[in-house]
Design a protein around this ligand. Structure first.
Ligand SMILES: [Zn+2]
Length: 390
């Protein structure tokens, strides 16, 4: 049995944090009780300065790109970033594996207990299987050619089965600018028979909208540079959200990732469709690639839950949910610590269906416990650090 106390315990279940909260767990980290600590001299109780919060959920990562840390120049925009990833991602397998193992360890150290990870190959499967982190793998499909959609689904489904030993897995779409309507339709058909979580990189760059509305902008140039024929792509006079969301499966959780250029109008528009949307913000990657961040406040109006992701080390300096929270706070959009903490814990757990075990400090759950240090007046500070307690 272990006993932890700190200045405050944020359970995420209760509206208010518990001053001098005492969390008792068994040796496997299962929560036995949460009470207020009376302060009597109990040698078993470990006191921590700071606040105790549940383990973090990182809703969006690409372990496969970990070896690209520091290799791509910052703030050059998404089309240039994609071109660079394609050009330099293929190196010796041993180098990629070494970087993925280090990335997984870094996430453990940073108090992350669950990860949604995008995969294009099988290379991360054994690392995920061995890690104490709970992984969901999104096997990603990239393809604008409608004639190839069924072939892509078959391939993705085969790759998905190779992740069975490493946690849950689903097949998913990469981004609006790399899919065809036929692919989304085929995915809908695929989803009819099984639970299949969907993730979509969405409005990460303004040119995505120009590409969809008018077939102009940097993506047309990118495809030209890559020698990809765009004849079958027809402009839709709608931005990517307006065009794609109505086509998505209605009975699956859908994670829209980035949302950097999503407008308030888009947010209101989404409420018309019966799709189970979750937002995922990756502020570190947005600053790295586009040097901007979403207007986080808009999304409160949607009624959908928000989550946080680190994206990959190709577009971030760390894999730390606390670092992402610091950036949200720094954006000055008025998001409270309590709200951000829900993004960082229970909302991601709900998206992945892990909330009966992870995401909040509740009797019977095994959520992991993190200490956040240098916490002041209900806020994290630039000096705050995360210490994984269990
Ligand atoms: Zn991503």
């Amino acid at each position: 049995m272990k006993k932890f106390t700190a200045d405050y315990v944020y359970t995420v279940e209760d509206k208010e944090p518990i001053p001098n909260g005492l969390v008792v767990t068994d040796d496997d980290g299962k929560i036995l009780s949460i009470t207020s600590y009376s302060g009597d001299n109990n040698k078993d109780v470990i006191y921590h300065k700071g606040v105790i919060v549940p383990g973090f959920i990182n809703s969006h990562c690409h372990l496969e790109l970990s070896h690209l840390k520091g290799k791509i120049k910052e703030k050059e925009g998404l089309p240039s970033f994609i071109k660079n990833v394609i050009a330099i991602r293929n190196v010796a397998e041993a180098e990629i594996e070494k970087a993925m193992i280090a990335a997984d360890k870094q996430m453990q150290k940073n108090g992350i207990v669950g990860v949604g990870d995008i995969s294009n190959t099988v290379i991360s499967a054994d690392i995920k299987a061995k890690s104490p982190i709970r992984y969901h793998t999104f096997v990603e499909m990239v393809g604008l050619d409608p004639a190839k959609s069924q072939e892509l689904i078959t391939k993705a489904d085969a790759l998905k089965s190779k992740f069975e030993h490493s946690g849950s897995a689903s097949i998913t779409l990469h981004a609006s600018y790399t899919l065809s309507k036929a692919l989304v339709k085929d995915l809908r058909r695929y989803c009819k028979n099984e639970k299949n979580l969907i993730s979509l990189h969405s409005q990460e760059n303004e040119d995505e909208n120009a590409f969809y509305r008018y077939k102009t902008g940097a993506f047309v140039q990118l495809y030209e540079d890559l020698g990809i024929n765009l004849d079958y792509f027809v402009a839709m006079s709608k931005n990517t959200l307006q065009a794609i969301v109505p086509l998505l499966p209605q009975d699956q959780n859908v994670l829209l990732v980035h949302n950097t250029f999503t407008t308030l109008k888009d947010v209101y528009m989404l409420r018309r469709f019966n799709v189970d949307i979750f937002w995922c913000f990756c502020p570190g990657a947005n600053l790295y690639i586009e040097n901007t961040m979403p207007n986080f406040k808009f999304f409160e109006k949607s009624g959908y839950l928000a989550t946080l992701g680190t994206d990959s080390l190709a577009s971030n300096h760390s894999l730390s949910i606390l670092d992402e929270m610091k950036l949200v706070q720094k954006s000055g959009r008025g998001i409270s610590f309590d709200e951000m903490l829900e993004w960082a814990t229970i909302n991601g757990a709900k998206f992945f269906g892990w909330d009966s075990e992870l995401g909040s400090i509740k009797k019977g759950k095994t959520p992991g416990l993190n200490l956040i240090t240098n916490f002041k007046d209900g806020h994290i500070t630039p000096k705050s650090e995360v210490v994984k307690l269990i």
